[in-house]
Design a protein around this ligand. Structure first.
Ligand code: CTP
Ligand code: MG
Length: 169
């Protein structure tokens, strides 16, 4: 059971193919989920245009801040594997006195790779995935220090599948 505050900024953390978007769809309302893909689409007409990432995250952080100011739980569906990406989220949460929470989805690289190969909307190679896995390993020791007040780790497909979310009062 994952317990999160009723008002929190939830960062999903995981490599491409770990199941973040699937998890977000399953556990949260669409309006609660801000996805980097959707924001790239909004600012660039192309969800895969990596050159639009800076503008996309700028817009995402802005909307997240507005939601938190309005007292609304907000989930960020992005890989969040880089310290600088997470720092932006911690900053927005702090600006609004809201707890930043991380939910890490950790699946074996082979699982993520197999899923990736079956997707039309992803074209990255295996090395890109391997680098993401390395970034994930390095993230573990850092998340708490970066300011995430709760770090929930879901390890493996079964644990991710069985996860339930409960809201703390
Ligand atoms: N998938 C699956 N079984 C799961 C979870 C996901 O078969 N338990 C599939 C999804 O249907 C999708 C792929 O695996 O085709 C990747 O899942 P997704 O949730 O999209 O992964 P993300 O972590 O969101 O990947 P990305 O970072 O690339 O957006
Ligand atoms: Mg996704």
């Amino acid at each position: 059971m994952i317990e999160i505050p009723e008002l929190a900024l939830v960062a999903l953390v995981g490599v491409s193919g770990s199941g973040k978007s699937t998890f977000a769809r399953r556990h949260f309302a669409p309006s609660q989920v801000l996805s980097s893909d959707a924001f790239r689409g909004m600012v660039a007409d192309d969800e895969n245009d990596q050159s639009a990432s800076a503008d996309a995250f700028d817009a995402l952080h802005h909307v997240a801040g507005i939601r938190l100011r309005r007292g609304l739980l907000t989930v960020v569906d992005a890989t969040n594997l880089q310290p600088h990406a997470r720092a932006g989220l911690v900053r927005v949460a702090r600006e609004h006195d809201v707890l930043p929470v991380a939910i890490v989805l950790d699946v074996p690289e082979a699982v993520a790779w197999e899923r990736t190969q079956g997707r039309a909307d992803r074209t990255h190679g295996r090395q890109v995935l391997t680098r993401m896995q390395r970034d994930l390993r390095q993230s573990y020791g850092r998340l708490a220090r970066e300011g995430f007040r709760k770090v929930h780790v879901l390890r493996g497909v079964d644990e991710i599948d069985a996860a339930r979310i409960r809201y703390a009062k």
